[in-house]
Design a protein around this ligand. Structure first.
Ligand SMILES: O=C(O)CCC(=O)C(=O)O
Ligand SMILES: [Fe+2]
Length: 439
């Protein structure tokens, strides 16, 4: 029996780190998966060491950016002040840090507190109950937004969802104005039409410096509104330094997503961020993503024409982006964006962004839908200026595995497991084979 399984079952010693000589990564992954207990299961078992499958690679640790001193703070914008000042504040933040916090935002404190309790409550259900929902099947997942009735907090989540949609609408109006557009411009492009709510639960970690809660990423949506509890750990990358997003009671954190960066022709910044884990915990956060991926749509998203001029031509790195019903599944599988797609192509396959237009091989032998989804994803992203996008046949089974893995990681939404997935999925091509073995 593996050390991880022993730790989860309570049948072994607390330490789950195998000796380097006897490290069988696949076995550890399988054991973790089969325990169906997530990272919280490890924390509950009282492990004193982070299992090796979750350790940050040494080269990543060594090349990490420093943490900014306390003098740079994520701006806190009070929505109770004059509208023109609010718009100014939103513009400044969206153009520089890509992140801001809002207070006096109109979402009642009860809804915020209730949502955090509900989100934490799910993860704190007895292991036997949660196990029933543990799955890597695409259509069954432990995830807020699509499985409300899996647990008792349906009403709380629905109420929060309504409140947050209202705030999202206000934010899109302010952001439109901040771009010099009519207040309803972004709303008329359906920016507030769909949103997904995803909860995170980061258990207290015995060795937080060796792992990561959520690895560095940018959000692939229009906009994210994040509710975090008082623990802290969220950091934003700014000028090659990590800036803490310190919890402010009653505040909501807002950040620009990749799509809004694209639409604003890079005026607004979708910045990379990550979440550290902590000796204290658990930390609970609830992210609400405003995204077009959740409903069928033929809209194309690219730089807003009114923002373009001879002095401000479309950014040549931008692609046009078309969501689709199939793409919506893709997004729910773990998120993908033109940025991430570009990264996969360039870094993992040595292909240029210009060479896109890809035929995808079946991804998952057991899951036909995933195959359709990826087909649509890659075909529905077309380059704005490139009329001769060529169709290349590419054996992307590995890419497929990586995406599926990412999905699994996101779905677990739990602690340093995400740290395992996001980073290595795109850098370690051998991982595809590892995951293949899991099916
Ligand atoms: O947990 C957090 O604070 C942030 C999570 C996050 O960045 C995300 O879900 O995209
Ligand atoms: Fe994020």
């Amino acid at each position: 029996m593996s050390k991880i399984k022993q730790a989860v079952d309570g049948t072994g010693e607390a330490s789950a780190e195998p000796s380097p000589d006897h490290y069988d990564r696949l076995q550890e992954l399988k054991a973790f998966d089969e325990s169906k207990s997530g990272v919280k299961g490890l924390a509950d078992a009282g492990i004193s060491k982070v299992p090796r499958i979750f350790l940050r690679p040494a080269d990543e640790l060594a090349s990490d950016y420093p943490i900014f001193g306390t003098h740079l703070k994520i701006p806190v914008i009070d929505f109770g002040i004059r509208r023109s000042s609010v718009v100014d504040g939103v513009r400044r933040a969206a153009e520089s840090l890509g992140f801001f916090q809002v207070v006096n935002h109109g979402v009642p404190t009860g809804a915020l507190e209730g949502m955090l309790r509900a989100a934490g409550g799910f993860h704190e259900l007895p292991r036997e109950v949660k196990m029933m929902f543990y799955s890597r099947e695409l259509e069954r997942r432990v995830k807020f937004g699509s499985n409300f009735d899996l647990y008792q907090s349906r009403d709380v989540t629905m109420d929060y969802s309504k409140q947050i949609k209202r705030l999202g609408t206000t934010l899109f109006e302010l952001l439109s104005e901040a771009l010099g557009l009519k207040p309803d411009h972004l709303l008329s492009l359906d920016c507030a039409k769909g949103h997904a709510i995803l909860s995170h639960y980061y258990p207290a970690c015995p060795e937080p410096e060796l792992t990561m809660g959520t690895t560095k990423h940018s959000d692939p949506d229009f906009l994210t509104i994040l509710l975090q509890d008082g623990i802290g750990g969220l950091q934003v990358l700014h000028q090659s330094q990590w800036v803490n997003v310190s919890p402010v009671p009653g505040a909501l954190v807002v950040n620009i997503g990749d799509l809004l960066q694209l639409m604003s022709n890079d005026k607004f910044k979708s910045v990379e961020h990550r979440v550290l884990v902590n000796h204290d915990g658990p930390r609970v956060s609830v992210a609400c993503f405003f995204t077009p991926h959740l409903y069928p749509s033929t809209k194309m998203y690219g730089p807003i024409k009114d923002l373009l001029s001879e002095d401000n031509p479309p950014d040549s790195n931008n692609g046009l982006f078309q969501p689709s019903a199939a793409l919506s599944k893709m997004w729910r599988m773990g998120g993908c964006s033109w940025k991430r797609e570009k990264l996969y192509l360039e870094r993992d396959f040595g292909l240029s962004w210009e060479d896109r237009g890809i035929l995808v091989e079946p991804l998952c032998p057991r899951c036909h839908q995933a195959q359709e989804t990826i087909d649509h994803l890659l075909f529905s992203t077309v380059r704005q200026t490139d009329s001769k996008s060529l169709l290349m046949e590419l054996k992307v089974t590995t890419l497929g595995k990586q995406v599926l893995q990412l999905a699994w990681v996101v779905r677990d939404s739990c602690g340093y497991l995400r740290g395992y997935g996001d980073k290595q999925a795109t850098t370690n091509s051998a991982l595809g084979a590892e995951y293949k073995a899991l099916f």
